[in-house]
Design a protein around this ligand. Structure first.
Ligand SMILES: C[S@@+](CC[C@H](N)C(=O)[O-])C[C@H]1O[C@@H](n2cnc3c(N)ncnc32)[C@H](O)[C@@H]1O
Length: 255
């Protein structure tokens, strides 16, 4: 997945994930109990909080102190851990925007699509969302979302591992998308489905993205309202070659 991005993560992170991509260790999570996965995640992630752009929440993520930052990826027993990265679009800019503008979530039914480790779901709850669903096709990401919710003294959101794109849209007031436009095929199917969600339920769609090529070049970009921009912390810039800012957009097509 990383290879199609205009700006790949740093050598350490990029190498890890490029190899993850090519080893094909997928869906191994079904072979392990939740208890085993929890223990493995606790041992192989670090709690990140204060030094980030969103110090209000704490998350279990990969950092240079973690074994799998450098370890051979074939030893990772689950699906590729995309949830474990401090992504600039979702965790960082969209998270900061929501924390600064809690009215976007207050009292709303929220869908966090491609929720990863649950950062946006946790922020949405902290901002007073009435109901939050975290959706990620990686079942381990759902378990990590539960662990991260507990870390933030929250009830976990509903976690769904089904692929919702191209299904009948459910009634959500707000949909959150962070770093989801990394691939042209995914971007195109997402675009069509977002139109359907907006047409059917009037769902408001907020997107966080640091300006990746697949997003900037996509036709969806013609129908965006720019809401906020954040400078990426130095460590995040280092992990994302060439990216210095990340923005939050509202997708508002004329339908
Ligand atoms: C780049 S990560 C971003 C994670 C999160 N939004 C964030 O900002 O930290 C993309 C995530 O989308 C998930 N994903 C990819 N295709 C998906 C789909 N069709 N439906 C739901 N999640 C999907 C991946 O498993 C991965 O966790």
């Amino acid at each position: 997945m990383f290879t199609s991005w205009r700006c790949r993560p740093t050598s350490a992170l990029g190498a890890v994930f490029h190899t993850f991509k090519t080893t094909g260790f997928r869906n191994a999570s079904s072979r392990h109990s939740d208890e085993y996965i929890r223990r493995f995640i606790e041992e192989n992630t670090e709690v990140v909080g204060g030094q980030s752009l969103t110090p209000e929440i704490r998350l279990r993520l990969f950092t240079p102190n973690c074994r799998f930052w450098k370890e051979r990826p074939e030893l990772w027993p689950f699906s590729d851990p995309y949830w474990a990265i401090y992504w600039p679009g979702g965790k960082l800019s969209r998270g900061r925007y929501l924390l600064d503008n809690p009215q976007e979530c207050r009292g709303k039914a929220v869908l966090d699509l491609g929720s990863g480790c649950g950062a946006s779901s946790i922020v949405a709850k902290a901002c007073g969302a009435e109901y939050v669903t975290a959706n990620d096709i990686d079942a381990v990401a759902g378990l990590v979302t539960t662990m991260n919710s507990e870390l933030n003294y929250q009830e976990p959101p509903v976690c769904l591992a089904d692929d919702l794109i191209n299904t009948d849209p459910k009634s959500f007031d707000l949909m959150l998308l962070g770093d989801m436009f990394y691939d042209e095929t995914l971007a195109t199917s997402l675009h069509a489905w977002l139109d359907l969600c907006i047409k059917t339920h009037g769902t408001k769609v907020l997107i966080g993205d640091p300006g990746r090529a697949a997003f900037e070049a996509h036709t969806i970009h013609r129908h965006l309202q720019h809401l906020a921009q954040y400078e990426l912390p130095e460590s995040v810039q280092k992990e994302n070659y060439g990216l210095t800012y990340s923005s939050v957009w509202r997708y508002c097509p004329k339908l």
